[in-house]
Design a protein around this ligand. Sequence first.
Ligand SMILES: Nc1ncnc2c1ncn2[C@@H]1O[C@H](COP(=O)(O)OP(=O)(O)O)[C@@H](O)[C@H]1O
Ligand SMILES: N[C@@H](CCC(=O)OP(=O)(O)O)C(=O)O
Length: 265
Amino acid sequence: MEAMRQLQAKRVVIKVGTSTLVYPDGAINLRAIDQLAFVISAMRHHGREVVLVSSGAIGVGLNYIGLKQRPKAIPEQQAIAAIGQSELISIYKERFAVYEQKIGQLLLTRDIFVYPKSHQNVMNTFEALLAQNIVPIVNENDTVAVDELDHETKFGDNDQLSAVVATNIDADLLIMLSDIDGFYDGNPNGDTGATLLSHVAKVNQATYTLAGGTGSRFGTGGMVTKLKAAERMIKADSQMVLANGADPTIIFQILAGEPVGTLFG
Ligand SMILES: Nc1ncnc2c1ncn2[C@@H]1O[C@H](COP(=O)(O)OP(=O)(O)O)[C@@H](O)[C@H]1O
Ligand SMILES: N[C@@H](CCC(=O)OP(=O)(O)O)C(=O)O
């Protein structure tokens, strides 16, 4: 049996991918959202500070307007994100309210981490929300994010956004929930012999060669962006656990130090 893990987890960032929030047929996974609200509210009551980075604007938006596929054109994608984000946050608000937990919404672009005053204001907002026991829920501001000339505002994926947020607010731990049990030594979506790695101490070029692309129709990052997030966390002397979000109460097991998923760092 594998040893229990020793994790620092006073300040925790949780990232949930579209695959955790939206079923493969496009329907919204309300059970997962409800469990997230339950787990995060319980964590708050145990004195932990929690930030949720949630994807799902596009996935929820597609469901809301009855589309099965993400359109190719950027303006349409941005319109769907606008529709989906407001729906997503109202679902979160309703589910967190069941546990008497208040939330706040932060829609971020990459440039706020470049401009010192913007950066300071965002950090102040995080600190003020956490001090008032409010759970910040973060997503990329998809409707304004672009990459043009010297105006680059796009993260493009929430895996890296979650690690940037986590390192900027000095979080001890990033918990990344996806549709897979952890990091394998090959893409399990095709390589049936791939085995789960319980601990990855360092992320280097050899680690990247084991990573493949996204598994779901709605997700964007795939494993490469998760490894980039892990690399960023390790460089900041923090840790990341990648685990399956099919049942978000797995977060309790992670916090208890049980060897589930993959620990990076
Ligand atoms: N080495 C690997 N280990 C685990 N999963 C991998 C690996 N390489 C590629 N993948 C794929 O990455 C997917 C998770 O990324 P993604 O679809 O972007 O999820 P999310 O929506 O949670 O961000 C998995 O379902 C799997 O198909
Ligand atoms: N900002 C986008 C999420 C992009 C993204 O990184 O998605 P995912 O790979 O599911 O975490 C949205 O809310 O749809």
